[in-house]
Design a protein around this ligand. Structure first.
Ligand code: KG4
Ligand code: ZN
Length: 334
C-alpha cells in the first residue's frame, strides 16, 4: 500500500510518501516561519496563500525524486483539522481533486492523531496502549491511547498551549518567532533556579494545565531586569513548564499500568524536556519514545502513517464533507 500524505493545517506545507513495505519513503516540509517573523505570529490569510503557491511544487518534487507517479498511489491521507480553515482547505482541495480525477481512495486525518502516532513511523514495533504527552503550539494534552483510534484526554490546558507559552515568552525576551527553540537555546546558559515562577494547578491532583499565569509572571519579573538576566529568566521559565508537565505525567502514569510513554508535537523537540522525561521513565519503569526531531513539528509523514494505520486496521472513516473534526478524537471518527 502506497500512501500519499498531505498536511497544511497551520504554517507548514507537508507532502509525504509512506509504504507498508518500506515505511516512510520521503517527506518534505516547507515551513513558512520566515514569512511570519516580522509579525511575531501566523497570519492565516498569508499562510493559506503560501500553501496554495507551494503545495503542487512540493508534491511534484516528492513524486519525481522518488520515481513515483500519481497512478501508483493507493490512498491519500490529508489533514482535515483542526487547524486554520484557509490553510486546511488548500490541502483538502488538492487531496480531493487528485482523488476524484484519479479515482484514488481518500481518508481525512485528525492532525492530533498524526502527532499521537508519529513515534511509530520510525519504530514500527511501537503500538498502543500507551500514554501520550502531546505538546505543540496549539495543544497541550495528556492522552490515554488504549488502541489505534481509541484516545481519551486525561488532561489538557485550560488556556495557553505549552508551545504558545514558549512563543509568548520568546517575544517578551525579544527573541525571533517561533520563540520555543530560541528560549530553549538561551536557557542553556541560564540559572533555572534563580526565579521561582508559578507551577499552576499542581496543588491538587489534577491533570489539566494552565500556562497563561506563568507568562504574566515572566512579564512582571522582566520589568526589573536587564538583558543580562534574560538567560536566567528563560531557564527558570523552561524549568517551571517542564516541572508541571513531568508532575502531571507522573500522576497520569499512576492511573493505569502503563508500559509505554510517548511524547510528540513541536515542544517534544525540547532537549531539557526529553532529559526530564527520560528520568521520569526510568523512575516509573516505563519505556519512553519520541519521534525524531523533524517529525516532532508538523509534517505529512505522520498524516500518511495515520492514514495507513486507519486503513490497515479498518477503522471507521470519518466523513468531513459537512463538518470539521473536533475533540474528543473518538467523536471524530465515530
Ligand atoms: O507541532 P508544531 O509544529 O505545531 C503545532 O501543531 O502547533 O509545534 C510548534 C511549537 C511552537 O510553539 C514552537 O515554539 C514549539 O513547538 N517548539 C519548541 C521547541 N521546538 C519547537 N518549544 C520548546 N523547545 C523547543 N526546542
Ligand atoms: Zn501540530
Amino acid at each position: 500500500m502506497l500512501v500519499l500524505g498531505i498536511e497544511s493545517s497551520c504554517d507548514e506545507t507537508g507532502i509525504a510518501l509512506f509504504s507498508d513495505k518500506v515505511g516512510l519513503i520521503d517527506h518534505k516540509v516547507n515551513s513558512q516561519i520566515d514569512l511570519f517573523k516580522e509579525y511575531g505570529g501566523v497570519i492565516p490569510e498569508i499562510a493559506a496563500r503560501d500553501h496554495s503557491n507551494k503545495i503542487i511544487k512540493i508534491l511534484n518534487k516528492v513524486l519525481k525524486e522518488n520515481d513515483v507517479t500519481i497512478d501508483q498511489i493507493d490512498l491519500i491521507a490529508y489533514t482535515a483539522g483542526p487547524g486554520l480553515i484557509g490553510s486546511l482547505m488548500v490541502g483538502e482541495t488538492v487531496a480531493k481533486t487528485i482523488s476524484k480525477v484519479k479515482n484514488i481512495e481518500i481518508i481525512p486525518i485528525h492532525h492530533l492523531e498524526g502527532h499521537i502516532l508519529a513515534p511509530g513511523i520510525e519504530n514500527r514495533s511501537l503500538k498502543p496502549p500507551y500514554l501520550c504527552l502531546l505538546v505543540s503550539g496549539g495543544h497541550t494534552q495528556i492522552i490515554d491511547c488504549d488502541d489505534y483510534g481509541q484516545y481519551s484526554i486525561l488532561g489538557e490546558t485550560i488556556d495557553d498551549a505549552c508551545g504558545e507559552a514558549f512563543d509568548k515568552v520568546g517575544k517578551l525576551l525579544n527573541l525571533e518567532y517561533p520563540g520555543g527553540p530560541k528560549v530553549a537555546q538561551l536557557a542553556k546558559s541560564g540559572n533555572s533556579e534563580r526565579f521561582n515562577f508559578p507551577r499552576a494547578l499542581t496543588q491538587k491532583r489534577n491533570l489539566d494545565f494552565s500556562f497563561s499565569g506563568l507568562k504574566t509572571a515572566v512579564l512582571y519579573e522582566l520589568e526589573n531586569l536587564n538583558l543580562t538576566d534574560y538567560a536566567d529568566v528563560a531557564a527558570s521559565f523552561q524549568a517551571a513548564v517542564i516541572d508541571v508537565l513531568v508532575k502531571k505525567l507522573s500522576w497520569a502514569l499512576e492511573t493505569k499500568d502503563y508500559k509505554k510513554l510517548i511524547c510528540s508535537g513541536g515542544v517534544a523537540a525540547n532537549e531539557m524536556l526529553r532529559i526530564k522525561l527520560d528520568q521520569l521513565a526510568k523512575n516509573t519503569k516505563v519505556q519512553v519514545y519520541y519521534p525524531s526531531l523533524e517529525l516532532c513539528t508538523d509534517n505529512a509523514a505522520m498524516i500518511a502513517y495515520a492514514g495507513y494505520i486507519r486503513k490497515s486496521k479498518k477503522l471507521k472513516k470519518y466523513d468531513v464533507e459537512f463538518s470539521r473534526p473536533r475533540w474528543p478524537l473518538g467523536e471524530l471518527y465515530a
